[in-house]
Design a protein. Structure first.
Length: 103
């Protein structure tokens, strides 16, 4: 049987791909999450010209996310401040994505 938890732990090693973020919840709780930060560009139409916008996402192990974590939580990732634009979205296999907005 495949142990997805071990695979996620390997993928989320900070000496490889992952980084550690500090979070602050709206109820005042703080802590850290380890995950993979991506900030891919996306081209959208804007009149006759295109406009490149960023789409920051933080992927973390679902079991590491506090139950109170939701939209509006603040995160500090690699020196940049973000706000969670949504509650974490689980992929059903142990990983969740948090859509971010730059503060």
């Amino acid at each position: 049987m495949i142990d997805f938890d071990d695979d996620l732990n390997e993928m989320l090693r900070t000496d490889e791909f992952a980084t550690t973020a500090t979070y602050a919840l709206q109820n005042g709780d703080t802590g850290q999450l380890t995950g993979i930060f991506t900030n891919e560009g996306e081209e959208t139409s804007f009149g006759e010209v295109g406009m490149l916008t960023s789409k920051p996402v933080f992927a973390v192990k679902t079991s590491d996310i506090p139950a109170e974590f939701g939209e509006g939580a603040e995160l500090l990732i690699d020196g940049q401040r973000f706000t969670a634009a949504s509650a974490p979205m689980s992929d059903g296999a142990g990983l969740s994505q948090i859509l971010l907005e730059r503060e």
